[in-house]
Design a protein around this ligand. Structure first.
Ligand code: ACM
Ligand code: ZN
Length: 725
């Protein structure tokens, strides 16, 4: 008797354990999904009955599921149902059959991808029957443009890697791969008529003297297009013009305004050498290139870039100025419009429409162009209001090269491609959205951890009417990790893996360490002490450096973060701003400069650096009572390729009434806008003084000089703390 009970309880246990491995969740979440009793057992031999229009999908099914076609009492039926929309599908899973209904092959592929996600997390090597839960799904997308941009220029990505992403896009019901193929740092597509583009333009000499690069020949590209087409992923090639063209100019110097030989760029940023708009041979070159591109790619659209084209060379080029005069153009922005329109007309003759980044609307929206909005949503909004189609990929939500501090999973999940101020009768002009994987800081091996899991949120935003239930979504994401592991994805975190939250409490800081994932364990050390396990907030009484690190990580990179705390008399006091910081770089807002936390010396996006764009810094700390101090210190950041320059001068002033100030220190002529690298510089004044108010005025460098790649643009000024000791 005892023995019987024991066996029975074991059975129940193994049953419920088995249930854990049965998947019911799908990302993106289907529009409607009803779970029914029972399971369908996917046997090795299965009979597939299908309409002839689904031959490709059946091939895909056979090669992506552990099945062979054969006679069995279990069936998969793929039926053509013309009542359904283009991408719509119905999936019915019963105990002895799976029925897919779709009007097109694209719909059938979506159903097959849902079925793929429903496979158990663990399948044994020779497992006879693979259980899939019985259910009914009716599903269709909200937006027709659901894309990912892969920048294969800043870092080259191998053919097999691009294919892996095509698979991953299909798995998550995305449908566009925006393939960024030409850049300052590398030209990646072989063009028969211009062999130097890949002989010279695909290779750059890195700082250590090594040669870096790569390109796709026509065969590679055809193979990738075919692979994508079988999975119903459309590839949109991007050939950048008139800017981001240094690699092309390095290959054929006559394409620039100066005609001078330059090297393929090795740094990241925006560069002033762009295609000359006054030289007809530039258009001949581009038309030849685009002819080969349009022959290769079957897509309806060609992306022509159009972003970040500094006008400095055009302003100083006789040919460009002649073009402006002859065509009665107002300025260089209209010259850019002329450039884009001329290329657009050429492509129209080839039967293609153009997509361009939102800068292309600046001299008037080019005829027939689709606008990809990246500098916020305004470009897309303007396009839609003017009955032009738009694709939304604002930096606020869609830039997967940004770190998790700026854009975490929840932020992506909150994305709405339709701007709230757009009238409902214009919503149809918003085709959808794209997430952008720029690769300056992401060589191929880092791309997975940048794209995943954030793209899961994007796929759900673009697929459906999400319920705005982030907690539910997060649970499904955690369940999804098993599937991603099976697909060889080295996913990253949902949010910043380690975040310090510190609170000042009279004489000490209480530092809480927030984890990016509930299952993480953290250890920490203070200055040179030994490592300790983190369990509760740490109390800090002196200026200190804390290092925290993840233990037992399942992810590839071990997260480590440090925090520098500097105790001083200004902490927690009020700060009055006589100038305004930029809303994109607020750091922690009005308390940033007196929060006791220093900014990272090599990362201006760490959440402690406050940025002023084109403006000076002029702030006053009210110490609330006359206070004696012997040191004033402020620090600034420089990274000239991001246009962040040390101040021209730093001045400290004091006052007792907050109105009349006396200058007590001034340091002048300190900026060197061409000094390379990322660094932090402090300005310290040491002398005994007493005052209630202390003020710093740091002068912005102003417009970037002629020798700078973004000559003429405003510069940034970044500050982290104003300490009073
Ligand atoms: C862009 O990020 N420059 C489109
Ligand atoms: Zn020119």
């Amino acid at each position: 008797m005892i023995r019987f009970i024991f066996i029975a309880s074991l059975l129940i246990f193994s049953c419920s354990k088995k249930n854990i491995h049965i998947n019911t969740s799908i990302i993106p979440k289907p529009v409607s999904q009803t779970i029914n009793n029972g399971v369908f057992n996917l046997a090795e031999k299965i009979e597939i009955i299908y309409d002839s229009s689904f031959v490709n999908e059946v091939e895909y099914l056979k090669s992506n599921f552990p099945i062979k076609e054969g006679s069995n009492q279990n069936f998969i039926r793929i039926k053509k149902n013309s009542l359904l929309q283009e991408e719509e599908y119905k999936l019915l899973i019963r105990t002895n059959e799976v029925i897919i209904n779709a009007s097109t092959a694209r719909g059938a592929m979506h159903a097959i991808q849902s079925l793929r996600q429903l496979l158990p997390n663990k399948i044994k090597k020779h497992q006879k029957n693979i259980p899939i839960k019985c259910m009914e799904i009716h599903d269709y997308p909200k937006f027709k443009w659901r894309g990912l941009l892969l920048d294969c220029c800043r870092h080259f990505m191998e053919k097999e890697f691009v294919k892996k992403y095509i698979d991953l896009l299909a798995y998550h019901k995305m449908n566009i791969l925006h393939w960024h193929l030409t850049e300052d740092q590398g030209w990646r597509i072989a063009i028969e008529k211009y062999p130097n583009l890949t002989e010279t333009g695909a290779w750059r000499k890195d700082e250590n003297g090594s040669i870096y690069g790569g390109f796709y020949n026509k065969q590679d590209i055809q193979e990738i297009i075919e692979y994508a087409s079988k999975r119903h992923i459309e590839i949109i090639p991007e050939i950048e013009l008139p800017g981001h063209s240094v690699a092309a100019i390095a290959s054929y110097p006559y394409l620039s305004c100066t005609g001078k030989k330059i090297d393929v760029e090795t740094d990241w940023g925006v560069f002033k050498d762009i295609y000359c708009a006054g030289n007809d041979s530039v258009f001949t070159f581009l038309e030849d290139v685009l002819s080969e591109v349009t022959e290769l790619f079957p897509s309806e659209y060609i992306h022509i870039g159009g972003d970040e084209a500094p006008k400095y060379r055009w302003e100083n080029c006789k040919k460009c100025q002649k073009r402006i005069n002859e065509n009665k153009l107002k300025d260089e922005h209209e010259l850019q419009s002329y450039f884009i329109n001329r290329i657009g007309k050429f492509l129209e003759k080839k039967g293609k429409k153009i997509i361009g980044w939102d800068e292309i609307i600046e001299g008037g929206i080019p005829h027939n162009a689709v606008i990809q909005s990246w500098r916020g949503v305004e470009g897309g909004l303007t396009a839609a209001k003017n009955k032009h189609y738009a694709i939304m990929s604002p930096t606020s939500h869609c830039y997967f090269d940004y770190d998790l501090q700026a854009i975490n999973l929840e932020k992506v999940y909150s994305f709405n491609p339709i701007p709230t101020s757009l009238d409902s009768n214009k919503h149809k002009y918003i085709l959808g959205g794209e997430c952008n994987m720029w690769s300056e800081r992401a060589p191929q091996e880092k791309v997975d951890s940048k794209v995943f899991p954030r793209i899961l949120a994007m796929s759900e935003v673009l697929w459906g009417e999400k319920e705005n239930n982030y907690e539910d979504f997060l649970k499904r994401v955690e369940n999804h990790y098993n599937k991603l592991e099976r697909l060889g994805v080295e996913y990253g975190y949902e949010k910043t893996p380690i975040k310090f939250n510190s609170k000042y409490n009279q004489n000490r800081f209480d530092v809480e360490i927030e984890k990016g994932n509930n299952n993480m364990q953290i250890r920490y050390k203070i200055n040179n002490d030994s490592w300790k396990k983190y369990t509760k907030p740490i109390k800090i009484f002196n200026s200190s450096k804390i290092i925290a690190q993840e233990e037992n990580s399942k992810r590839k990179e071990i997260a480590t973060k440090s925090l520098e705390i500097e105790l001083h008399k200004g902490i927690g006091k009020s700060v009055n701003y006589n100038s305004t910081y930029n809303p994109n770089y607020p750091a922690t807002g009005l308390q940033t400069l007196v929060n006791g936390i220093s900014g990272d010396k090599s990362n201006f996006r760490d959440g402690q650096w406050q940025g002023f764009y084109g403006d000076d810094i002029d702030v006053v700390i009210d110490l609330k009572e006359i206070t004696t101090f012997n040191e004033l210190k402020t620090s600034y950041f420089q990274y000239h390729l991001s246009w962040i320059i040390l101040p021209k001068s730093v001045e400290y002033l004091i006052s007792n009434n907050g109105k009349e100030f006396t200058s007590i220190y001034k340091s002048k002529n300190i900026s060197n806008p061409m000094k390379e690298g990322k660094f932090k510089e402090s300005y310290v004044f040491q002398k005994n003084y007493s005052a209630r108010y202390v003020r710093v005025i740091a002068k912005n460098y102003g417009n970037l000089p002629q020798e700078h790649p973004a000559a003429g643009s405003k510069s940034w000024l970044f500050i982290d703390e104003f300490s009073v000791k």
